[in-house]
Write a protein that binds this ligand. Structure first.
Ligand SMILES: Cc1ncc(COP(=O)(O)O)c(C=O)c1O
Length: 367
């Protein structure tokens, strides 16, 4: 049975969870929440990261931060999960769907401007499967028309576009830690706020419309109701699991890549979905070419330096890959190609040749 998804849970996740339970701080804003928020904030370079109860809720907070009035329009991609549109519709906005590119499955920037009307307030794009949208073009459009740019980055934590983390473009971005995502705590999410002016209101919205955040920082002696809002703070128990996951983010993502490669690179694989085709245009698609080159050049001339440099430059320029990423991929592609080659040689020497020899000695044909 092939599972749709299999969360990568380790003993350390359980240890952190136990620590949170024993510590007694089981509601939100505890030490694990602070650690996770700070880790994501400092890694990505966003102004403020707020853990939330889900990505859907982070999108709802975004809708409120956009100050939408009933009848305002929000542009969303035609291909996405329901929350990208429903979070805005919940607050009275009209989702306007713009068609997606068939290769990346992301919103097609060349179709966005035709959908903008005087009522358009925001543009919410999705980096589907962690594959970056064309942010240069989309940011220009948002700037030209004064739209708030929201990124539903549910799938793309720590992925990059031109060396910049996906969550840091535009004013707001949302993450999901649902069971199906690479890093998970069962159910959970985050709002990444990149606009200093929105930080305080985002904190208030998440705390049921109160200024509890100021109270916790000792800025006021009691907290009161100051705005609308809801209960969107993540429990510290879930943040503890997430802290464990974050420690292994590199390992978990590498494992995901390895599994993806097994499907994508297998010549007999019938898993040849649009998603795979779209990724093939991205640097990971280089793997296919690397593998063929490696397989052909088994005399140790693996790659010419020029093609290596050209492909590495493409990866770093377009997708922000580091030398480490590229080396990891290259080394593993080379290893797997050689492993297959050696296995084939072994079969020929140990099974096929002796069988032919036996057949010949018996005067029989090999058919
Ligand atoms: C693109 C996208 N946005 C939002 C969500 C909602 O995430 P959550 O379950 O954390 O609310 C999902 C869930 O899969 C998703 O794929």
């Amino acid at each position: 049975m092939i599972y749709f998804n299999h969360p990568h849970i380790s003993a350390s996740d359980r240890d952190y969870l136990a620590e949170a339970i024993i510590g007694g701080h089981t509601s939100g804003n505890g030490k694990f929440t602070q650690r996770v928020e700070e880790k994501i904030r400092s890694t990505t370079g966003t102004v403020r990261t707020l853990l939330t109860t889900s990505c859907t809720h982070a999108l709802e907070m975004s809708a409120l931060l956009c100050d939408l009035k009933p009848g305002d329009e929000v542009i969303v991609p035609s291909y996405t999960f329901v929350s990208t549109a429903s979070a805005f519709a919940l607050y009275g906005a009209v989702p306007v769907f713009v068609d997606s590119r068939s290769d990346t499955l992301n919103i097609n920037p060349s179709l966005v401007e035709a959908a903008i009307t005087p009522r358009t307030r925001a543009l919410c794009v999705v980096h589907y499967g962690g594959v970056a949208c064309e942010m240069d073009a989309l940011m220009k459009i948002a700037d030209r028309h004064g739209l708030v740019l929201v990124k539903d980055n549910a799938h793309g934590l720590f992925a990059k576009y031109k060396s910049q983390y996906l969550g840091t473009f535009g004013a707001l971005a949302t993450q999901s830690f649902h069971e199906t995502k690479n890093l998970t705590c069962g159910e959970g999410g985050a709002l990444l706020v990149n606009d200093e002016k929105l930080v305080e209101r985002a904190e208030i919205l998440r705390e049921k419309g109160t200024d509890r955040g100021r109270f916790l920082r000792g800025q006021v002696d009691k907290y009161t109701w100051v705005d609308i809002g809801s209960s969107w703070v993540l429990s510290d128990l879930l943040a503890a699991i997430l802290w464990g996951q974050l420690q292994r983010a590199g390992v978990i993502n590498a494992r995901r890549i390895a599994i993806w490669k097994r499907y994508h690179l297998c010549p007999t694989s019938n898993v040849n979905t649009v998603v795979c085709k779209s990724i093939a245009e991205h640097p990971i698609g280089m793997l296919r070419r690397l593998r063929f080159r490696v397989t052909l050049n088994t005399d140790n001339r693996l790659m010419s330096n020029t093609s290596m440099t050209r492909e590495f430059t493409q990866c770093t320029d377009a997708f922000g890959w580091t030398l480490d990423d590229f080396q990891w991929i290259t080394v593993n592609s080379v290893k797997s190609a050689f492993a297959q080659f050696e296995e084939r040689l072994r079969l020929i020497n140990e099974v096929v040749k002796p069988r032919y020899a036996t057949l010949r000695s018996q005067g029989l044909s090999a058919s």
